[in-house]
Design a protein. Structure first.
Length: 231
């Protein structure tokens, strides 16, 4: 996807990476964030999926990991990470987006950035006939009383890492092993609501389109191999 350049837009590169181990993706983010802070690269979007993994954010509580023995039995790793938020699950069929942005250039604070991420997800869902919304004092996007997308961000010297996770086609049963985000509320997915699996590539394209609209990006898609210097 290459969109026509317009004055006032923010230059951004995007990469569709497929399935990437969580630790590998975290290292890649950190290297890109360092390059972004030095002005060596533009804003960057990483679109990917993770093998099964449970992550605990900075405010994560061990009590929200409900079934550690079942987690170990199913060979699901538990990783402590520096994003905000509590505990969540990632797995194949869930679309994860890691924006590496300089918020100063967007004139955004953390609250505005989180609102924008939620808006991106809400627009993607609307394109697919799903009504998504916000819940007061809770981060993420909801479809009725069920959560369909989670957020967890990190900010260092105005550079963002981590980001959002939208449940598209993923197996929802592993969320039963945890108390997702500490809310005690159930999770859902696009496939569950719509009654059929979704085309992940099409959802990725809708995601990029929504980022362009909300963050006013001039977006250029790049092949994954151009990220090799940062791996």
């Amino acid at each position: 996807m290459t969109l026509q350049s317009t004055k006032g837009l923010h230059d951004c590169r995007s990469y569709r990476l497929g399935i990437v181990e969580y630790g590998e993706a975290l290292c890649l983010q950190n290297r890109l964030a360092g390059a972004r802070s030095q002005g060596e690269i533009t804003d960057t979007l990483l679109l990917l999926q993770h093998p099964p993994v449970i992550t605990l954010g900075k405010s994560g509580k061990a009590t929200n990991v409900l079934a550690p023995e079942a987690i170990e039995r199913n060979h699901i790793r538990i990783i402590h990470t520096d994003r905000g938020g509590d505990v969540t699950y990632h797995g194949p069929g869930q679309l994860v987006v890691y924006p590496i942005l300089n918020l100063q250039s967007h004139a955004l604070d953390v609250a505005g950035y989180v609102w924008n991420l939620e808006e991106v997800i809400i627009r993607v869902l609307a394109c697919c006939g799903i009504v998504g919304g916000r819940v007061d004092k809770l981060r993420g996007v909801w479809a009725g009383q069920e959560k369909i997308a989670s957020l967890g961000v990190h900010l260092s010297s105005a550079i963002t890492t981590h980001g959002l996770a939208l449940n598209v086609n993923n197996d929802l049963s592993p969320f039963g092993l945890i108390n997702p985000c500490g809310t005690g509320r159930p999770m859902t997915s696009m496939a569950r609501i719509l009654g059929r699996p979704q085309d992940m590539e099409a959802v990725e394209s809708l995601m990029l389109k929504a980022f362009v609209e909300v963050f006013r990006f001039y977006l250029r898609e790049e092949p994954p191999d151009t990220l090799e210097p940062f791996r």
